[in-house]
Design a protein. Structure first.
Length: 302
């Protein structure tokens, strides 16, 4: 980040909530007082996946309130540009333009991109010129102005097709159990990781088997990904622990435990036992891979 620059304005054809979370979390960990104002450009023609839409809303309303803003271009023609401009004391100080969308894929090692310095004043003027055609991601009318859709991929017939939403039926999946091999919920790990002194009792993680964490099904350890749940929640997760064998919520380790205790009908911070899962009707979850930054988690009992 440019020394002294505290605000980044982004125009990006496509963007992901996982990238925004990673960027904002990095700034927080480095104690940098940074604000990001994101403008997603291709929504008029390509729409916005519901997983990213809900993720962006959560970042704006909960996780990084007053530090992250997100708007969608809502009028044709769509905007495919990628422009980044840093502001210093409210004035444009450094600009870049090129091919990189505001996604982890673009800023990672899986594909090649190019960004080149540009006139920051012109870049900021361009950003501002697009604002009249944009709508905040939290606006009540956003669903009526752009298509907020469920991700679609090539489908195959499966025995589950009638119980799963169409966007995941036939996709690659893994099963993650919450029980040990002898049928118990661990007392101080997994869903009960926080059940010890000086910890939030809701702290939790999902434990992956070696035949899962040794594959590339999930991103590398520490890389955030967006999880859309069967009950229409959005959770930003990442892998942690040795070999990346645990899935947790990096922003707050208690969020995952709170989520599952709520689904199980338990009080906040309660110890989870095997009987709670049996009573609920399920002791595992299925993760479906939509893309490298987006997953669907099924904990339903249909």
């Amino acid at each position: 980040m440019l020394d002294g620059a505290g605000e980044l304005c982004v125009v990006s054809g496509f963007a992901t909530a996982a990238m925004a979370f990673r960027h904002m979390q990095y700034a927080k960990e480095k104690e940098r007082n940074m604000k990001v104002r994101l403008l997603v450009g291709m929504c008029p023609s390509a729409g916005m996946p519901v997983s990213n839409h809900l993720g962006f809303k959560k970042l704006v309303e909960d996780d990084f309130r007053d530090r992250f803003e997100c708007s969608y271009i809502a009028k044709h023609p769509a905007v495919h540009s990628k422009t980044y401009v840093w502001l210093q004391d409210g004035k444009p100080a450094c600009g870049f333009t090129g091919s990189a969308n505001y996604t982890q894929t673009a800023f990672g090692e899986k594909q090649r991109e190019i960004m080149t310095p540009c006139d920051p004043v012109a870049a900021y003027d361009y950003y501002q010129s697009l604002l009249p055609d944009a709508i905040y991601c939290t606006h009540n009318d956003v669903d009526g102005l752009i298509s907020v859709y469920r991700e679609q991929r090539e489908k195959h017939e499966t025995s589950e097709s009638e119980t799963l939403p169409p966007e995941v039926s036939g996709l690659e999946r893994v099963k993650v159990s919450m029980l040990t091999k002898d049928g118990r919920v661990p007392t101080r790990s997994g869903l009960n990781w926080g059940q010890r002194s000086s910890r939030d009792p809701n702290q939790a993680y999902l434990s992956l088997r070696s035949d899962v964490y040794n594959t590339d099904f999930f991103p590398e350890r520490g890389t955030p990904f967006t999880v859309l749940t069967d009950d229409e929640k959005t959770i930003i997760c990442s892998r942690a622990q040795d070999h990346g064998k645990g899935i947790h919520t990096p922003h707050n380790n208690a969020l995952l435990g709170e989520y599952f205790r709520n689904r199980l009908g338990l009080a906040s911070g309660a110890v989870v036992v095997a009987d709670d899962l049996r009573r609920y009707g399920r002791s595992d979850v299925h993760f479906y891979k939509i893309d490298d930054e987006t997953y669907y988690m099924d904990f339903s009992t249909k």
